[in-house]
Design a protein around this ligand. Structure first.
Ligand code: COA
Length: 160
């Protein structure tokens, strides 16, 4: 896979099942860091009825194969998952770079405090932890951390 072969584009409604499969596989592979509270069928229903139709969902594909997904809701990166076999090849980086281009002022996201690989990934891309929560506001009841990235336009605006 070369960089040229990778395409980032909006998800199609017809891809909800493929996106759900990727999401489930990626979360299962990261189960040491991400607790599971829903069955696969519940997740599939949530992806097709809520995630894809309601949020701004982007996918990364290569040679027609779905390798990663990202869901944005305003300035929040609500979901970011790369297929286990496609991780550590720069696809997550491409998706986050795309999100920064779409929301150049600011991005925010939550991740679990225990998800050290994801935290390292975000911190290496300029995200700063701004709030630590005890987990009472997420359905996994797992302590999480709110990260923020501020783009150049945000810091310039503050200086004026
Ligand atoms: C977190 C996640 C989205 C990152 O996606 P990814 O495609 O693996 O990300 P990248 O390949 O761009 O970068 C991951 C690491 O691989 C490294 N890397 C990138 N290309 C590489 C290559 N060719 N060879 C070796 N390492 C490489 C990057 O430098 C990065 O290291 P860092 O985390 O220390 O900065 C992905 O691991 C994932 O889906 N995890 C499980 C689900 C999850 O935790 N999601 C986040 C929930 S908030």
């Amino acid at each position: 896979m070369t960089a040229d072969q990778v395409i980032i584009r909006r998800a199609l409604a017809s891809e909800a099942d493929a996106i759900a499969d990727l999401y489930v596989a990626s979360r299962r592979d990261a189960s040491a860091f991400i607790p599971t509270v829903h069955t696969d069928d519940e997740t599939r229903a949530w992806v097709s009825r809520y995630l894809v139709p309601r949020l701004e969902v982007w996918v990364v594909e290569s040679a027609g194969i779905l390798l990663g997904m990202m869901a944005l809701e305003d300035e929040l990166v609500d979901q970011l998952y790369v297929a286990p076999a496609a991780q550590r090849r720069g696809l997550g980086d491409r998706l986050i770079a795309h999100a920064k281009k779409l929301r150049p002022a600011r991005l925010r996201l939550y991740t679990f405090q225990h998800n050290t690989p994801a935290r390292r990934f975000y911190e290496a891309r300029g995200f700063v932890a701004i709030e630590f929560n005890d987990g009472s506001h997420n359905e996994e009841h797992e302590p999480d951390v709110l990260y923020e990235w501020k783009g150049a336009s945000a810091s310039t605006a503050h200086k004026i």
